[in-house]
Design a protein around this ligand. Structure first.
Ligand code: B1M
Length: 211
């Protein structure tokens, strides 16, 4: 089995330490960083994404696989920058103010990274001002907000308003997601789209950046 296949399997098998070890071995062997990402890490997390959608694996497995992807990606990403790799777009994502749920958001991040996007994670409990500051600094093409509580959904609206007030709204697309959020709510607050799950979030980013 090739090293890339081993990396892919280590993600499916939820073995973050092994993923990092194998990624480092692949770099030491001179395999191109983008090949490691595309042929190893992405191949693995994509399979996990499909299995999750089909109810063949469940949350604890996805979280461990997402960690394996994230750790492997962190090991290779400095080399990617050196190799002139161009991401498909830049995404800033966070759980909104008052909300510390981040499991779903982290899966969205892993799949976006797996699909070639540069993702900046603003963490959890991010007030509108943090989004504004980070948008100024990072200049993302897309801002993503996640909320798991009906009480924190309101901060999505406030964040959209804060981005408008700061004159930044027209420079980017806004997507929202999380269990209590809906497509109607997204429309109501002036977001550009709603993703029901991590796979939909990736499709949404792809289509918004293509339009
Ligand atoms: Co909390 N919690 N929780 N919780 N928690 C819920 C959400 C709840 C539904 C449980 C319940 O009562 N049945 C309920 C919310 C009720 C409501 O308002 N509707 C709830 C509550 C009330 C609370 C507290 C208030 C409890 C308390 O302290 N009294 C408190 C609030 C803390 C806070 O945020 N301020 C709280 C705390 C916690 C823990 C810390 C214990 C823990 C979070 C750990 C963590 O995230 N690091 C936790 C958990 C784990 C849950 C449940 C059990 C699971 C959430 C989860 O991770 N789901 C949840 C009940 C449930 O959902 N069954 C619950 C799995 C995850 C993969 O799905 O996050 O939906 P999800 O993400 C999906 C999609 O929604 C979508 O893609 C993801 C992957 O497919 N998606 C996006 C998510 N973000 C997206 C963004 C996008 C696009 C798609 O674009 C940007």
């Amino acid at each position: 089995m090739s090293l890339l296949e081993k990396i892919k399997d280590s993600i499916i098998e939820m073995e973050p330490e092994l993923t990092v070890e194998l990624t480092q071995s692949a770099l030491a062997e001179g395999i191109a960083p983008m090949e490691i990402v595309a042929g190893g890490l992405i191949s693995g997390i994509e399979i996990v994404g499909v299995k999750f959608k089909n109810d063949e694996v469940f949350l604890p497995e996805v979280m461990m696989s997402a960690k394996a992807f994230k750790d492997g990606f962190a090991a290779v990403s400095p080399k990617l920058k050196d190799s002139g790799y161009e991401p498909k777009g830049r995404v800033l994502i966070s759980s909104v103010k008052g909300d510390i749920h981040d499991i779903g958001k982290n899966i969205v991040i892993a799949l976006l990274q797996g699909n070639g996007y540069e993702v900046h994670d603003a963490g959890v409990d991010a007030p509108p001002e943090r989004f504004v500051d980070m948008v100024r600094e990072i200049k993302p093409n897309v801002v993503g907000m996640s909320a798991l509580l009906t009480t924190t959904m309101a901060f999505m609206r406030d964040t959209v308003s804060a981005l408008k007030d700061a004159g930044l709204r027209d420079s980017l697309k806004i997507i929202v997601g999380g269990a209590p959020v809906s497509a109607d709510f997204a429309k109501e607050i002036g977001a550009d789209g709603y993703g029901e799950d991590a796979g939909e979030a990736v499709d949404l980013v792809k289509s918004l950046l293509a339009s």
